[in-house]
Structures are given as structure tokens and as C-alpha cells.
Design a protein around this ligand. Sequence first.
Ligand SMILES: [Fe+2]
Length: 324
Amino acid sequence: MSNRKWVIPLSQVPDELTVSQYIFANTDLREVSKKIGSPKWSGHIQLPIRDELQVLKADVQTLLNQYPAYSYPYGIAPSTDLYRMIYLTYNPRSLNPQISNSTPTPKEHFPAEKLLGINYGKNSYNDTLALFERTEIARSLSLGKFLDQFERTLVRSRIGIQSGLMANNKLQTELSWHVDENIFINTRLSVPIVSSHNFSIEYTCWDPEKGAPHEVVQSFDLIEGFAYSFDTGRPHRFVAKQPSNEWRVNLICGFSPWFDFDREAQAWVSNQFYGEMHPIDMVIEGHVAAFLPKNFAHRLSSVLPREKISEPGNAETHSYHPVT
Ligand SMILES: [Fe+2]
């Protein structure tokens, strides 16, 4: 348990480190996250959202007509028009045009892929805690109001748009296994805006019966009207089960669970949950976003076991790939 409050001004982060690397090197985050261990609630969680989905759906559709979505490489899979995205956060200091603008940058304006600083290091795509400014689309219509309800700071987030035709591309689906950041740096809430039972997420976790090191693959469908969370610091992928002409539209909202960004001080500041509550438990207990139900935990207690099937995510060198 950590009793001190950590204040990490962006100006203190040296040029050779990302914000999270600097935090890991200069705080006790690694120790306290190991001590906090697994969340009380195993596997993935599914919570009903309180907002009017039809309004959100109509507004997101309006915005998708206005803002172009582009395909980028993800994981070790090649770029495909079957999966496109629009960023909800950006970093104006980044050299990577994919994330440096408030509006989507056409791919033809991108520099050579190998340009240093695009994917690794300070202000890169993987500098998650430097990627927190809300893009234009993320401030528009009811989508903007929806995202305003986050009580934690949004970091690297996007809208993902997936074609049901991806089911035809087994290689792409296979290659899309990947890991994202340590969950204590970026915890994801996935919110399907347009979806069906044809779309699912597969993820690995420890066997609920046997625990570590017995790993199993679990899956869940992405259903409209719910928000989902799980440890994306462990391997996972998204799947279209059968070829179809549907398009899945999903908000992938990342938030920093234990550090909130203080705009006035231009600093990340540890909050009351630091070292005290697992990020997944924060989601269930109602400490993340007002569109999630408060006190949902008591409703889960009768239906979910409390096995230990997750562990703290990987180290600060989080994503082994440039884009997801
Ligand atoms: Fe991911």
C-alpha cells in the first residue's frame, strides 16, 4: 500500500522515456500493482450503459459521415480496409501524423514508416499517457457528452470499425492476436455502438479451475447497450464469426486508472485508487464513468465466481506492435 501522492509533471519526463516508463522508474507503481494482484471479478465484465443508445448511435453515424476513417496496421497483421479507425484522443507534440491531429490525417500525408519517434519513445503512439487530448469528433454531439462522463482521464482511445467480411480472412484474424499496455497504465472500456452476436472478442486468462500457469481462451460477444472491460495487457483479438456485410462500430475508450491528469499543473497525479483498488474493480464499483451503473458489484456477487484468473499486466514496455 502506498501512502504518498505522486505528482509527475510532463516537463520532468526526459526525452528518452515515455511518461509511463518514467512513472515506473520513479514511483512504486510496479510494487503496488503487484501487491494489488487480481481483480475480485474474474475474466471480462459486461455492464449495461445508462445512456440512450439510439441517440448515441444516430450521432456516431452522423459523425462517421463527416470524419473519414482510415485503416492502419494492427498487431503484426497488415493494414486492411476491413478494419478502420478514428482516434478519440491525440497528442499535438507527436511526430506520428496518425495521432498528432485533432482530425484524421489522410494516409498519403504520412512520412516513411521507419521515421524515428513515430512508434516508440516519447510522444510516440506508445506514449499512452501523452495521448490524452480529445479529438474534434470526441467533442462532438452526444458522443462528446458521453465521453464527458468519464471520471478518469481518457488516454489512447479510438472508434474501431470492423467489417463482417473479416471472417473470410482467417490469416488476418489469426495474426490479430496482440497485447496492449499494462492495465494500470491504460484500462479499456469497449462500447459497441453498432454490433451483433456475429462479433466477438477472444482473450486469454488463467484457467478458472486450475489457475496459473494453465491458460485458456475465453470469448464474449460485443452486444449493443453494454460496456465491456478486461485485461488487454494479456493476449486478445477481435473476431467476425461468419462473413457478413455488417459493420461493427465500437468505442474503445482507454482511461488511466491510478493517475489523473491535472491540466493546470500539466502533471499526472496519483489518485485515491492508487495501490488500493484494481482497475477492473474500479469499473464495477462505479469509479470510472457516470454512464456505468453505480454499485454494480452487488449484482455480480451472486453470479460470478471470484477465482484468480488474471494477473497484473506486462511491464512498461507494453505493446509489441505499433498500432492497436
Ligand atoms: Fe487491443
